[in-house]
Design a protein around this ligand. Structure first.
Ligand code: CAA
Length: 240
């Protein structure tokens, strides 16, 4: 029987690449998204992957969304990829409290919401793969991203704690820390700043969505059963 994979923020950017790669590798995939119905519909038409709209920052919204996934896909989730994220970049001394709160709730509280709702079913079936998409900027911090860096660093602590809780339950919990990847999110960075960032990447370029998706496939695999609690840096050679 096919394993069921759920990818949050799974219809655009890195998440779209992850959903697609999982489907191509034999998983039954559900892709969550929030507001961009047009992009989600286009993605669904192109890939055939079922798409589900809910707000990952809201616990009840996650509960209802996950129930719909279970109904439509006919089973509970085996592989959970917490990928949904937003940015609200600004220097801290100019940062609006709303920009702090929405980034923490969308990028970090969402990971709690999704895991809190799905881990019990994984414990029951004694199998699970949880893959949290963090960021190079959660590992090293980034100018203009106190909110995002805090959420992404928080995700790493969360991953290590849940990995220990789950280690004897057949559930692995790992994080991937992508470096700068070519997507809509990085497209909007000012050119002068982009140049500075690229100068700090040993490979001298942004990575691709496929390079992150491939790492997800490794961690999702049944045979990666002894790998848990790690952060896989996929960033073109940056070292801190
Ligand atoms: N390293 C060191 N210093 C930097 C810097 C960098 N990468 N970027 C900016 N600075 C410095 C500037 O030189 C400037 O210094 P002074 O005040 O001494 O002149 C100061 O920080 C302020 O910078 P700006 O002039 O750019 O300030 P701003 O208010 O116009 O813009 C900003 C602030 C919008 C946050 C802008 O700096 C920016 O877009 N930075 C990039 C943030 C970033 O990397 N975002 C990643 C988005 S992609 C993503 O998040 C995915 C992922 O996981 C990687």
């Amino acid at each position: 029987m096919k394993k069921i994979a759920l990818v949050t923020g799974g219809t655009r950017g890195i998440g779209a690449g992850i959903s697609k790669a999982l489907r191509e590798n034999g998983y039954l995939v559900a892709a969550n998204y929030h507001k961009d119905h047009e992009a989600a519909e286009k993605y669904h038409n192109e890939t055939g992957i079922p798409v589900f709209s809910w707000d990952v920052s809201d616990y009840e919204s996650c509960q209802k969304g996950i129930e719909k996934v279970y109904e439509e896909l006919g089973g509970t989730v085996d592989v959970l990829v917490n990928n949904a994220r937003i940015t609200r970049d600004s220097m801290l001394h100019k940062m609006d409290p709303a920009a702090w709160n929405i980034v923490i709730s969308t990028n970090l509280t969402s990971v709690f919401n999704m895991c809190r709702l799905i881990v019990p079913t994984m414990r029951d079936k004694k199998f699970g793969r949880i893959i949290n998409i963090s960021s190079v900027n959660g590992v090293k911090g980034q100018v203009g991203q106190a909110n995002y860096s805090a959420a992404k660093a928080g995700t790493l602590g969360f991953t290590k704690a849940l990995a220990q809780e789950s280690a004897n339950k057949g559930i692995t919990v790992n994080a991937i820390a992508p470096g700068y990847i070519s997507t809509d999110m990085t497209e909007v960075i000012r050119d002068d700043i982009k140049e500075k960032i690229i100068a700090g990447i040993p490979m001298g370029k942004f990575g691709t969505v496929e390079e992150i998706a491939n790492t997800v496939l490794f961690l999702a695999n049944d045979k990666s059963s002894f790998v848990t609690g790690i952060t896989l840096n996929v960033n073109g050679g940056q070292y801190f």
